[in-house]
Design a protein. Structure first.
Length: 573
């Protein structure tokens, strides 16, 4: 195995149910009020694609909770590419992160299903700088918490080899704008040359082109019959969250498509496949359909049910997503639509524009904003005057989608079935050439190969110059060095107290003295051996050689001796 392949295989993944598992409705209700978001679908499909197409034999996953670890184990064992393959999975609970990753990391890179986390960078800086590389990926980037993470790209100890995968050029531009702005502030305030060191790599998510494919004539007919779509109706499909303030406002779709239908003289059947945060929001969407498209039918499909969501792709003639919201980053459903052989009408907005070949696979509809219309919105949100949804909604109300241009695009597609077919075929070819998961996974691996090469070069050039590297919360013995009367070292001599052997059992059984035992050794045999050896005065270093102590980390050895001293089982000579 060559070194580059070894580096690629040696990538660990952070796995979290909240990021990798699509929430499902139970008895018509969402679990804990949660809904389906693009990050659920994207991360879930990335994980499946990794299992199917990546080069690995042993996979290490750091998990956020026991529940995530259990679901990961089930998912791994049931995956068709894993069964009988001899591939192995190691699950590391988050509380065991430090023990497993330091002093020597089991992987050369740790990949997160979200932007890179400064806490991991600080932990690495604290315990073993350059032990492993970090990588992460953008999803929605308009959240305050995500903006804080972007600012931390400037101030946290990230390195040139750490990588943030941006799923669109639009996302990459936002990251650069935020980090450059913050670096400028720090430079003007404190001097120096602050900058974000993390590598920004533009790489979209992939598409499962076997699941998302053009429907056969039989599948199409059956699906349209199930949804009650007549043969003379042109079906316009939208797939996504039903939120007019934080996803896509339906007004321009109805306005443009109704006008196009009037010009062509056809019937339109709108299918909106998604979910709403509340019954009241769903009612508003239903009311909008009645008021804005009274002469045309609208069917709402519960997209929280995967089988329903997949079926909707088979009924459509045209897909549309006239996005006008800053929470959007790429528009995964636009890629899925093209994979299904559908022509698309989408907005010239953020990453949506990057998913389409204009006038080949679909049409881009211009969007416009008025300068100055949002100048107070951000500060009001930061101060808590508005919620995140209200912030998005206020911003959304300042974005205009060009309805006449959208109507012209719909008109061309409604009037020309051959054009719909040719654009749909071009869309399918576009996805097959650039967005299949095998292609995307290879690109991820190529980036990680370069990342590992840079990490090794960087580690070899940057040796630690001080015993205590700068961290936001240095070790207690460094930060609080002035607190105790004295610090005890390896040559400190101690002796066992007279009643220690009899007191040991009592203290181990007493909850008030034997709590939080994880950092130290609590086996009675080992502790008794320490006390036996110290019947004659000896050094702490000597006690560290006792069977059961030898081979343990220095921290566990010293914490054990400190406990014995705390409860007067050992005393200073």
């Amino acid at each position: 195995m060559n070194s580059s392949t070894e580096a690629t295989l040696n990538v660990g993944l952070f796995y979290d149910d909240d990021a990798h598992v699509e929430p499902l409705r139970t008895a018509g209700q969402l679990p804990s009020g949660e809904g389906l978001f693009g990050r659920h679908v994207a991360n879930s499909e990335f994980f499946d694609a990794w299992l199917s197409h990546a080069e690995w034999q042993r996979l290490l996953c750091l998990v956020s909770s026991r529940a995530s670890g259990d679901s990961l184990a089930r998912r791994f064992s049931m995956h068709p590419k894993v069964k009988g393959s001899g591939r192995q999975l190691e699950i590391v609970p988050l509380p065991n992160f430090q023990k497993r990753f330091f002093p020597r990391s089991p992987v050369r890179a740790l990949h997160l299903p979200q932007p890179v986390d400064a806490e991991f960078a600080w932990a690495r800086q604290h315990k073993n700088p350059h032990a492993f590389a970090l990588s992460g990926v953008t999803h929605t980037i308009s959240l305050k918490g995500i903006m804080e993470r972007f600012r931390e790209l400037v101030t946290a100890p990230f390195e040139e080899y750490d990588t943030l995968f941006c799923i669109s050029q639009a996302a990459l531009s936002v990251v650069r704008a935020v980090t450059d702005n913050y670096a400028t502030f720090l430079r003007e305030r404190h001097g120096g040359a602050p900058r974000a060191r993390v590598r920004l790599v533009q790489l979209p998510f992939g598409i499962d082109t076997e699941k998302f494919r053009p429907a056969s004539s039989e599948e199409r007919a059956a699906a349209r019959q199930q949804l009650g779509i007549a043969t003379d109706e042109i079906c316009v499909l939208f797939v996504g969250r039903l939120s007019y303030f934080s996803k896509v406002h339906p007004f321009p779709m109805y306005r443009a498509a109704v006008e196009a239908a009037r010009r062509v003289g056809c019937k339109v059947h709108f299918v909106l496949a998604g979910w709403a945060d509340s019954p009241s929001i769903m009612e508003k969407f239903q009311q909008a359909a009645r008021v804005l498209a009274p002469e045309h039918r609208t069917t709402f499909v519960d997209a929280m049910r995967p089988e329903h969501r997949l079926r909707t792709w088979r009924v459509a003639d045209v897909f549309t997503s006239l996005s006008d919201n800053i929470q959007e980053t790429l528009g995964l459903t636009i890629l899925e639509a093209q994979a299904c052989g559908l022509p698309v009408v989408v907005t010239d907005w953020d990453g949506c524009r990057e998913s389409v070949l204009p006038d080949q696979t679909g049409f881009l509809v211009p969007t416009r904003m008025v300068r100055g219309a949002t100048m107070d919105g951000t500060s009001r949100h930061l101060l808590g005057e508005t919620s995140y949804s209200e912030f998005l909604g206020e911003t959304n109300q300042t974005v205009a989608v060009d309805a006449p241009s959208a109507a012209n695009a719909f008109e061309r597609l409604f009037a020309n079935q051959a054009l719909r077919s040719s654009m749909g075929a071009a869309g399918r070819a576009h996805i097959l050439s650039q967005y299949t998961w095998p292609t995307v996974i290879r690109q991820y691996q190529d980036v990680w190969r370069v990342q590992e090469m840079l990490r090794r070069e960087h580690a070899s050039r940057h040796e630690l110059s001080t015993a205590h590297t700068p961290v936001p919360f240095p070790d207690v013995e460094y930060s609080f060095a002035s607190y105790p009367s004295a610090w005890l070292d390896a040559d400190t001599r101690v002796v066992t107290t007279d009643d220690a052997p009899s007191q040991l059992t009592t203290l181990l059984e007493l909850p008030i003295s034997n709590y939080l035992p994880r950092p130290r050794i609590i086996e009675p045999i080992t502790l008794a051996a320490i006390l036996d050896l110290a019947r004659k005065p000896c050094s702490l270093a000597t006690l560290e050689t006792v069977p059961g102590m030898a081979g343990e980390s220095l921290q566990r050895q010293r914490a054990t001796l400190a406990w014995l001293l705390k409860y007067d089982l050992l005393r200073l000579v």
